[in-house]
Design a protein around this ligand. Structure first.
Ligand code: FA5
Length: 349
């Protein structure tokens, strides 16, 4: 067989083989077998040296024609296979739009956060702005500047978690109540001798026994109004207004006298227990009432520590829990549920 015949034979073979290549892998194997470095057509070009000189150009031209024709056929086949494979992938991965969808689980705000936001809204309506103060507080702000010096027996009202500080450094603690924020807010505003009306929300910490009504961590919201001519009736009116807006019309609160070193006079605000309808239960200690806030007129010493002259300025302050009023509104009988992270509880709100 002449080289020319051999070339034509390889050409025919290659065309037939290309027709039967169905997938990319077969196509690549075909390319290597015919047009690759050691492919049958490539080897034909190297055989040109065996021909007499005069036949070489004709042979060379034919080899080039065959190579070009096969390259074109290869490209066309590759495109066809690519399209077929894409179509197959689309068909096999097709989404069945008739299947029912997977439900999207959606979280929601914690009951404490919801209660806090409702309470912010109520006090915002009454003209109070939110003021933030730190959780880790200086002893001076938590106690001394609130008229509770080191030796004062009233310090026993707040069992304290102390933060270790080097000897000689000011002592730090986890705030036991939000009242230290009173000093911070007053010192900021008294610079320009402006009146102020703020609420200070925050976590408080007490080294206390945990029960159905008491946690060792809980939220409080401090309220503070300082101005000229503010009286106790403003405080009582504010508490009534709060109760009406938070619980709805008709919910009773009562104000009874109490003692706090930083207010004079001091009161405590109770709300009727909804868990027992006022009849008495474990949560309200069988009184029918649950204490929700301590309050009073800001003590002159505290006003002075805040930068206001008590001869000219007066003010009221209150510190209310968040979980306890929330328990009364949403009929929750145990404060520990607020910190238990039990989804069966949380999902109800
Ligand atoms: C105080 O903390 C005062 N700082 C309140 C105050 C502020 C008085 C401004 C005068 C002027 P008391 O310890 O009573 O007071 O706490 C206030 C409220 O925080 C309570 O009425 C209650 O609602 C909530 N509370 C107190 N201790 C706990 C606790 N262990 N768990 C849950 N809530 C608590």
């Amino acid at each position: 067989m002449t080289l020319f015949d051999a070339l034509e034979q390889v050409y025919n073979e290659a065309q037939a083989a290309l027709e039967s290549a169905m997938v990319s892998a077969e196509l690549e194997a075909w390319y290597a077998a015919y047009l690759g470095r050691k492919g049958a057509v490539t080897l034909q070009t190297r055989a040109v040296g065996q021909l007499p000189k005069e036949e070489r150009p004709v042979f060379g031209q034919r080899v080039n024609e065959v190579k070009q024709a096969l390259e074109d056929a290869y490209a066309a086949r590759a495109e066809a296979i690519k399209q077929a494979e894409m179509l197959h992938a689309l068909e096999s991965g097709a989404i069945d739009i008739t299947l029912p969808g997977r439900p999207v689980t959606q979280g929601h705000l914690h009951l404490t956060t919801r209660t806090l936001r409702q309470i912010y809204d109520i006090f915002a309506m009454m003209g109070f702005e939110v003021f933030e103060a730190p959780d880790v507080e200086l002893e001076a702000y938590n106690f001394d500047l609130l008229n509770i010096p080191d030796y004062h027996p009233a310090r026993d009202m707040w069992d304290t978690f102390w933060v270790q500080t080097p000897p000689g450094e000011p002592r730090l603690l986890l705030r036991t109540h939000t009242s230290p924020g009173q000093i911070r807010a007053m010192r900021e505003r008294s610079v320009n001798q402006e009146p102020l009306r703020v609420v200070l929300p925050g976590k408080c910490y007490r080294y206390e026994q945990i029960t159905a009504r008491s946690e060792h961590q809980f939220y409080q919201l401090e309220g503070l109004a300082v101005g000229r001519g503010i009286t106790l009736t403003d405080l009582i009116g504010t508490m009534h207004q709060f109760a009406e807006l938070f619980y709805g019309a008709g919910r009773k609160i009562r104000v009874r006298s109490s003692y706090f070193p930083f207010t004079e006079p001091s009161v405590e605000v109770d709300t009727q227990c909804i868990l027992c309808g006022g009849k008495g239960c474990g949560v309200c200690k069988y009184t029918g009432w649950l204490e929700i806030a301590g309050a009073g007129m800001v003590h002159p010493v505290v006003l002075q520590n805040g930068g206001y002259d008590p001869a000219e300025w007066s003010g009221f302050a209150f510190g209310m829990g968040i979980e306890r009023p929330s328990m009364m509104k949403y009929d929750v009988s145990d404060i520990r549920l607020y910190y238990g992270n039990d989804l069966r509880f949380l999902r109800q709100f």
